[in-house]
Design a binder for this molecule. Structure first.
Ligand SMILES: *[C@@H]1O[C@H](CO)[C@@H](O)[C@H](O)[C@H]1NC(C)=O
Ligand SMILES: *[C@@H]1O[C@H](CO)[C@@H](O)[C@H](O)[C@H]1NC(C)=O
Ligand SMILES: *[C@@H]1O[C@H](CO)[C@@H](O)[C@H](O)[C@H]1NC(C)=O
Ligand SMILES: *[C@@H]1O[C@H](CO)[C@@H](O)[C@H](O)[C@H]1NC(C)=O
Length: 412
């Protein structure tokens, strides 16, 4: 979650330092011999076209007026059949977007594996990211404080159910598979607890790095940010900052300048990434970093971050946004925000989690499992596995995806 932010913040710092004292910094001759992944700079349309998977883009209007782009891979490479395909909805994490489910390439990224197995793959872009930075009346730049007044609560309340209804109608199906990563699991928990009628529309949910409870998370970065989140919130009001880490070409430029193998700064870049996202010697592969940075980070509302920080500090509750007791009274009719009731989630759920995930502590996931009436947990059988390895780990297919695909088959 916040780790990518931390990584990029560190990189920006390093770039600014280098810019000040290194003349050769932007000298193209210095870059020539370094290996740059051929997919760097491509967006989702270009990636899918390159690998021969047809892409459809659907625009879904939410009940509260946001316009979401949903990317669909209706036909896998190796699968041609007239039988109706079961839809599967993939939902990304904080500051991420649809491309993060394809950018590790065919045979490896989840979208391709699902398409090759014959699933009808739908990749949601939640409100506010690069592909869904639109609203029927609000302008994200001119009406900042209104457009960006949302957390993952609104994604769970509107983006997910509205998208699910759209997909079920478009495909003439009664239910679909759900796969979420990180914040894409938080939004699932919000929807399935707030709108219990949606549980029967979920055949099965695979949740990667399930993020709802944080009382056992002692990570010093997150704890520190959470501790000062009220000050951060005040600063965001004073400086009128409501959106954070919007995508720009700058991120790819930074990675190309500092993070390619052979560059002097490679080890530094790797160390920063490690501090930000955790250490997994066997899983993380720096060669893919330029491909990731081509589309992510992808922007989010600061309120999403503040809502997470509240969860770090509230003693283990999964609950709605805390506006302070007076506003809470007006909004919720009580001085404390209501809890989301995880026990009312009846859909079958598998929680995939990792022992050393810095963003989501395994003990918190194990509590979630005890609360879900129809949930099981599966710890990744690899000790060094981080929150981002669920998307890009070298061995994620054999460690998780193969198991997931087998399990989904049972719910066909
Ligand atoms: C990807 O880039 C191409 C070329 O600039 C553009 O036509 C296309 O709309 C982009 N796709 C997305 C999903 O942004
Ligand atoms: C359902 O799908 C049909 C076409 O498949 C479309 O004409 C109709 O408007 C859709 N209804 C809703 C509520 O989205
Ligand atoms: C890292 O990724 C590249 C391609 O992106 C691949 O060729 C290489 O084998 C990977 N390294 C490991 C250790 O898996
Ligand atoms: C949560 O949902 C469960 C199952 O529907 C129900 O038994 C329980 O009373 C609910 N808890 C609260 C606090 O509403």
């Amino acid at each position: 979650m916040m780790s990518v932010y931390f990584f990029f913040a560190c990189l920006v710092f390093v770039v600014l330092r280098f810019d000040a004292n290194a003349e050769s910094f932007n000298n193209p001759e210095n870059k020539i011999s370094y290996y740059l992944h051929p997919d760097a700079g491509l967006n989702i349309s270009q990636l899918l076209e390159k690998y021969g998977y047809p892409l459809e883009t659907h625009v879904i209007q939410t009940e509260d007026g946001y316009l979401l782009s949903v990317h669909r891979i209706a036909n896998g490479h190796q699968y041609y059949s007239n039988s109706p395909k079961v839809p599967v909805l993939l939902v990304h994490g904080l500051m991420s977007q649809s491309t993060d489910f394809v950018n590790a390439g065919p045979g490896r990224s989840l979208s391709y594996l699902l398409a090759d197995e014959g699933y009808d793959v739908w990749l949601l872009n939640c409100r506010g990211n690069t592909h869904s930075r639109r609203h029927i009346t609000l302008d994200p730049d001119k009406d900042k404080s209104k457009f960006w007044d949302f957390s993952w609560h609104e994604m769970g309340k509107y983006d997910l159910p509205n998208t699910i209804d759209y997909i079920l109608n478009a495909t003439n199906q009664e239910s679909l598979f759900y796969i979420g990563h990180s914040q894409g699991t938080t939004t699932f928990f919000v929807m399935a607890s707030l709108l219990p009628e949606y549980n029967k529309k979920i055949r099965h949910a695979s949740l990667l790095g399930p993020a709802a409870l944080f009382s056992n998370n002692m990570d010093i970065k997150y704890r520190t940010m959470a501790k000062f989140h009220k000050e951060l919130k005040l600063a965001s009001l004073i400086f009128n900052v409501h959106e954070f880490l919007r995508h720009s070409e700058f991120y790819l430029d930074v990675v190309k300048t500092l993070c390619l193998e052979g560059q002097e700064t490679y080890d530094l870049c790797k160390a920063l990434y490690t501090i930000g996202a955790g250490y997994s010697p066997t899983e993380f592969n720096m060669t893919i970093l330029p491909v990731i940075a081509s589309n992510s980070p992808s922007g989010f509302a600061v309120k999403q971050g503040f809502h997470y920080f509240q969860l770090f500090l509230n003693g283990g509750l999964f609950r709605q946004y805390d506006y302070g007791s007076i506003v809470n009274l007006v909004k919720y009719g009580a001085s404390k925000p209501p809890n989301y009731n995880l026990s009312s989630i009846s859909a079958p759920v598998t929680l995939h989690y990792a022992k050393e995930d810095q963003c989501v502590d395994y003990k918190d996931v194990e509590i979630i499992e005890t609360l879900l009436p129809n949930g099981i947990k599966r710890m990744v059988p690899e000790i060094h596995f981080t929150h981002l390895d669920f998307l890009w780990g070298n061995n994620v297919k054999s460690l998780i995806y193969d198991y997931m695909l087998d399990e989904m088959e049972k719910y066909q």
